[in-house]
Design a protein around this ligand. Sequence first.
Ligand code: ADP
Ligand code: MG
Length: 381
Amino acid sequence: MADLALSNLKKSYGMVNVMPDINLQIEDGEFVVFVGPSGCGKSTLLRLIAGLEDATDGDIRIGGESVVNVPAADRGVAMVFQSYALYPHMTVRQNLSFGLENIRMDKAEIGRRVTEAARLLQIEQLLDRRPRQLSGGQRQRVAIGRAITRDPKIFLFDEPLSNLDAELRVLMRIEITRLHERLGNTMIYVTHDQIEAMTMADKIVVLRGGRIEQVGAPLDLYNRPCNRFVAGFIGSPRMNFVDGKIEAVEADHIVFGASELPGLRLPATNSGLTAGDAVTLGVRPEDFVLATEDAQGWPVQVSMTEQYGASSYLHCQFPDGSPLLVHEQGQSAEGRGAAIKVVPRAGHWHLFRTDSELAIETVGRRTLVSMKRGAVEGLEV
Ligand code: ADP
Ligand code: MG
């Protein structure tokens, strides 16, 4: 068990600088998820921590000790790969014990650890099989079991569930979360799947282009993304974005305008905005209310309705043809071609500077967002 500190960590491959400067603190026992699009540097960062790659510069401290000059095998970390990386000619038992035999661990202790790992992962009945006699999910369990037998200070998982089918991924997700609760070790889990990140993490680290975009608890990132990238990446289906400008700044409201759309008055004070500023309004599909005819709102046309039974997705179009996705609770009465008016729920909207893509904090939004979700309906005007 140990905390992990990355300071001014840099990685280049020849002339290519893939990681300019990473600074990150991970507490002892935390379950941290690195998430970001393919190629953003998740695996590279994990491999640097594991010692499978050398850092170009900077420091990695595990439990307070710098490990940059410590070989991978002695860092006290165990990594689980997407590809499982099991030895095909060995039984499950041999796969679990091989690494420990290599470091000449006492036989009885190896036996104890293998039994315990097999029990934790419920693979006791598979110990005498070879990997090819196992399903994908069972192989991944063995790979995780092998990491457990090493009793690492930190577990590193690199997209361990990507090769499994959707149903099994959900089950394994829950199992790994339970495993973390039972073992209590620090775990770092890499995925490009923001649902895995949201459901498993104590803390999410969003990466883009080798840089950290935002670090926080899942709902913090969901409720308060610091920029348009994080806003679009966290949450599924993704947030709607409408480019426009500030038409007016009043004492406790701002008016957001976009071409051809009626201005939207949003409660906000201390936004630092002035009329004419180019901004992007972000609203999640579930954060719209269907407005009555005479209320303020955006007129859109429904182009398709997906009825899920418990809820519905309305695929809509603005007058200029650009799309807007609206998630309605229950079974929607609005079918294809319906003309509706939608308005963001009070406090459940996000504003970004169009040029820098940075989120704009406003007192109005901050106050309302901190209220219990669902406590406010409609728009305060
Ligand atoms: P992710 O795991 O997030 O998909 P990676 O960490 O594998 O991303 O890669 C991050 C970046 O580093 C990518 O641009 C990739 O092309 C580059 N990269 C990774 N490994 C090497 C390497 N051995 N040589 C050169 N570039 C590499
Ligand atoms: Mg990767």
